[in-house]
Design a protein around this ligand. Structure first.
Ligand SMILES: Nc1ncnc2c1ncn2[C@@H]1O[C@H](COP(=O)(O)OP(=O)(O)OP(=O)(O)O)[C@@H](O)[C@H]1O
Ligand SMILES: [Mg+2]
Length: 245
């Protein structure tokens, strides 16, 4: 018998129950989804729940939305991030793409710029001794990469640094509407787990669904669940969804 694996609950109702109680502490998880399926909300809920309920400091790196918007939208769910920031339990970091250096392929075969990007993400973790981190989105950062090779390098560097920080990490990723794939397939292979959020039309109504294709070290459900965004944030159905056509 090995040592028991330590898990940390996400705070998303229904989700922890289908992944043996929570994410493995220190794991790096990809949360990939269609536009508007709740990636940002899920990330914020993870950070808020961790800080408020468990006292786990969290860092939210926002590449796509300015952090003032994040604070404002979080309040709609009753999540007062500013108060947690004052307590030193949460740090919201603005990382707009224009502040990120371009990646330049060097003759040595190395790619200049990757270390800078990774440093911008990892440095704030030390400031609050983060136990949780969210990058919203990794897709935006990977859009700076010219191809699969650069993307894999950036991901591997980031993965290693996050692993060493021992924080449990969510990397949010975009899946364009009408497709079922993230742009760089390396993302799904490098990380420890993948959670997919999708929106599908059922009749004339859009339904949000969640499923888990991969979660290393975990006997997770392979079913598909309805996902709801309510006044209290994200929840998934207690029972698997019945697949439509
Ligand atoms: N207070 C609320 N109650 C119910 N649903 C809400 C509420 N606030 C937002 N939503 C829903 O959540 C969606 C946005 O969620 P969120 O921003 O988390 O998605 P996302 O996957 O991050 O989107 P994007 O791809 O644009 O980054 C909105 O489009 C809306 O449908
Ligand atoms: Mg978002």
């Amino acid at each position: 018998m090995g040592r028991a694996i330590e898990r940390t609950p996400t705070g998303v109702m229904g989700l922890d129950e289908i992944i043996e109680g929570g994410l493995i502490r220190g794991d790096v998880i990809l949360v990939a989804g269609h536009p508007g399926t709740g990636k940002t909300t899920l990330g914020l809920q993870f950070i808020y729940y961790g800080a408020r309920e468990l006292g786990e400091p969290g860092v939210y790196i926002s590449v796509t939305e300015p952090v003032q918007r994040i604070r404002r939208n979080a309040l709609r769910f009753g999540w007062d991030l500013a108060a947690l920031e004052d307590e030193g339990l949460v740090k919201l970091v603005d990382l707009p793409l224009m502040d990120v250096p371009y990646l330049v392929a060097l003759e040595t075969g190395q790619v200049q710029g990757i270390n800078d990007i990774v440093y911008k993400i990892v440095r704030p973790l030390r400031e609050v001794k983060a136990k949780r981190v969210v990058v919203d989105t990794i897709s935006a950062l990977l859009s700076l990469c010219k191809g699969e090779g650069d993307a894999r390098l950036l991901l591997l560097r980031l993965y290693r640094e996050l692993m060493m920080s021992k924080a449990t990490s969510l990397l949010l990723a975009e899946i364009p509407l009408g497709t079922h794939e993230v742009r760089f397939t390396a993302q799904e292979f490098v990380v420890d787990g993948v959670i997919i959020l999708e929106s599908v039309l059922e009749g004339n109504r859009l339904i949000r669904r969640l499923y888990i294709p991969k979660m290393r070290g975990t006997n997770h459900s392979l079913d598909c669940y309805n996902l709801y965004i309510t006044e209290e944030g994200i929840a998934i159905s207690p029972m698997p969804a019945i697949r439509g056509i």
